[in-house]
Write a protein that binds this ligand. Structure first.
Ligand code: ADP
Ligand code: ASP
Ligand code: MG
Length: 440
């Protein structure tokens, strides 16, 4: 069985939903994971923000506007009065439920419930539309099987068992529709898998049912070899190893959520990125296979801060790095890049919430300097150390750009450069010209 995930962009209007319905009705049994219609989750976050600020009037205004938009979507989606009314009832119930939260205490728990409504609505709409078209479609509620444990990590044993039970209830169904993103936590409360988490849902489901393939459908043609918003002439990459895709997803190629890689990789289930705007295009295939000696793509991640700790005490000492890392750990701040020398260490972080406290603590061990507004540029491909010439080629492209840090050898698939954010465009273009178009 295949698992297909359609993102918010792919179900962003009645027209798009109809196209998704066409794409998934080929007679094969499948599980379809849907996001909320694009923009909805952001609007639900905005509503929650008003409720946190104890402004129910502000919240109600946005709720009414969003509800009016959904009424229009329903008008466009359904052909028969019967289904239009059925769907209108469901949508109304969800909006009234959202409204019920404008009266009481508002906490993180209530926000999670509000954020879940986007996926609950979109899946109901597509399921009813498929039924109106005569397709054997059933809704299987993610809140019945998608669960995280006490460490807020998905619980694969629970998911596998409960999902199988849900599927067994409808052996005759052609299409099982379910919600991406939403889940319950270890205490049974409504929770989610973090923003963009529908990709993760698809991968967890794929692993749980032993799918033959996980398809992530979005609005562009696969993972590109560079950021199409910044660089001219980018091309889709046709094949990536899971590790290459993970590096790219983490370092800025937003098309795939990085958490989605691990469950599929461990279960050895290929992930295919496909384009709803051009369904016959080959997209990008992600699997455990490596293409030898090939540089695949470049991605960039902004808003990076570099911290350097210089200390003569580091010379010939042991345990220095542990002390440094413990400080970051105690403030729950993860480190992305590291470079060391005998007398100093530089690290990068993207979360600066506790930067001042971290700096204060680090000063016990050395002289601390900070560079803000930096950017990690990451080159991904078969960069096993025994291959020659590849790192020199990437470095050569960067010859006119001030480079603050270089990291190579951490994995077989990546070289990262830390540069100023203001040099990003030039760096990405130079790497694209040199690595993919053989221009110097
Ligand atoms: P979906 O709703 O399908 O999950 P999202 O809105 O979450 O889509 O994000 C995917 C979008 O991210 C695409 O529309 C794409 O244009 C954009 N995008 C951002 N960065 C990149 C990148 N480096 N490469 C390709 N697409 C990118
Ligand atoms: N709707 C959620 C979000 O916007 C999850 C997703 O689209 O993947 O973050
Ligand atoms: Mg997304």
């Amino acid at each position: 069985m295949k698992v297909l995930k359609f993102g918010g962009t792919s179900v962003g209007s009645a027209q798009r939903m109809k196209e998704v319905a066409k794409l998934i009705t080929d007679g094969e049994q499948k599980i379809v994971v849907l996001s909320a219609m694009s923009g909805t989750t952001n609007t639900l976050v905005e509503i929650s923000d008003y409720l946190y600020k104890k402004n129910p009037e502000g919240a109600n205004e946005i709720i009414n506007k969003l509800e009016a938009k959904y009424k229009q979507h329903l008008d466009e989606l359904f052909a028969t009065q019967e289904y239009k009314e059925k769907a209108a009832e469901v949508v109304k119930a969800h909006f009234n439920y959202i409204r019920s939260y404008t009266k009481d205490l508002f906490t993180l728990f209530e926000e999670k419930v509000i954020l879940a409504q986007g996926e609950l609505i979109s899946t109901n709409m597509v399921n009813l539309y498929l039924q109106e078209c005569g397709v054997k479609s059933v809704l299987i509620p993610a809140l019945e099987f998608m669960r995280t444990d006490k460490n807020a990590e998905p619980d694969p044993v629970y998911i596998k068992e409960k999902l199988a039970a849900q599927l067994e209830l409808h052996p005759e169904a052609e299409i099982y529709i379910t919600q991406g993103f939403i889940c319950r936590n270890a205490y049974g409360e409504i929770d989610n898998l973090q923003r963009g988490g529908s990709d993760y849902t698809a991968s967890l489901i794929g692993a749980a049912v032993g799918a033959s393939e996980i398809q992530i459908w979005t609005d562009i043609d696969g993972m590109h070899n560079n950021d199409p918003r910044v660089v001219d002439k980018t091309e889709p990459v046709r094949h990536l190893h899971f590790e290459e895709a993970a590096e790219l997803a983490y370092f800025g190629a937003k098309i795939l959520h990085p958490t989605c890689i691990q469950p599929a990789k461990y279960a050895n289930i290929p992930v295919r990125l496909l384009n709803t705007m051009d369904p016959t295009a080959p997209g990008t295939m992600i699997s455990n296979e490596t293409e030898k000696g090939k540089i695949k793509a470049v991605a960039a991640k902004d808003n990076i801060t570099a911290i350097k700790i210089k200390s003569s005490r580091m010379l010939l000492a042991h345990g220095f790095l542990r002390k440094v890392f413990e400080i970051f750990e105690s403030y729950q701040t993860s480190i992305d890049m590291i470079c060391t020398s005998e007398v100093g260490v530089s690290v990068t972080v993207d979360n600066t919430k506790h930067l001042n406290e971290i700096m204060d603590d680090l000063k016990k061990y050395g002289t601390v300097t900070v560079d803000h507004d930096m950017c990690i540029v990451c080159v991904v491909g078969d960069l096993e150390w025994e291959n020659v010439g590849f790192e020199a080629n990437a470095l050569d492209a960067m010859r006119n750009i001030p480079v603050r840090m270089i990291s190579f050898g951490g994995s077989n698939y990546n070289i990262s450069f830390l540069i100023r954010e203001c040099d990003k465009k030039q760096a990405l273009q130079a790497l694209s010209d040199q690595l993919f178009h053989n221009k110097k």
